[in-house]
Write a protein that binds this ligand. Sequence first.
Ligand code: AMP
Length: 285
Amino acid sequence: MNRRLTLALPSKGRLREPSWSLLEATGVAPQEPGERVLQTFCRNADIDLLFVRADDVPEYVQDGVVDCGITGLDLVSERDFEVDVLLRLGYGTCSLQAAVSTEDVAEELGQLNGRRIATSHPRIVGNWLERNGLSADIVRVSGSVEITPRLGLADAIVDLVSTGSTLRTNGLRSLGTIFESEAVLVGRRGASDHEAQNTLTMLLASVINARATRYLLFNIAKDRLDEVTALLPTTGSPTVMDLATPGTVAVHALVPASQIWSLLPQLQARGASSVLTLPVERMVP
Ligand code: AMP
């Protein structure tokens, strides 16, 4: 049965903009909401959009207020919501890291045993301690976690880190990562037959795959074809076409964007010419 889908998007904070632009890139044409408007819809698909805080998204999905939503994986795991993670979205990446004061003797995560740890993620920290056979006093705080060692409230902290600059500014040193997070699409448990939700998941995945890929084209002498195709970091088979100039072919291939930088000089060194790289809009395997 094809019924309308309600998708919750983060209404503010660091996940808002990338979530909106990812949705726009799928082609469902979300209608820009007016100021302070919390609901809108998509012009090209049967999708209604609701703007809520990223923290509230897992609960809204679990309780059936919406069908699915975008939020941080840390927010889903911290309160153990009954939702399915449908897709990892590749932005909002950060890690929950344990840190101590730069003067502390601890050098590794195991040395947190028996100490006091301040965090706003007590559940994730508790599970991690248990899995690693450690015990520690967890001090729950809801903000400004980094200041707690200096106030004598804790010996260590566990907090979200993306660049590490906040830790350094507060005289803290990371001991390591206990949890990796990124933005995720979550859906209600057992709703795998929702057609519109499956289509949306597929479209989002196609954009995420495409963003990490480039379409590469170049010309090469036929007698060097094997040598250059062996260099291509592509899983599929490249397309090879004869050119009007005898003994020369054009090669087209999809390659990971992250490898273009190292690949182009190697192709050039082997005589490739007219080398082009193009962005890919969508990629459905
Ligand atoms: P916000 O609404 O800006 O507070 O976003 C919170 C979510 O963004 C967190 O739950 C994480 O999933 C994600 N995030 C990504 N990088 C960071 C970071 N450096 N600090 C906190 N949250 C982050």
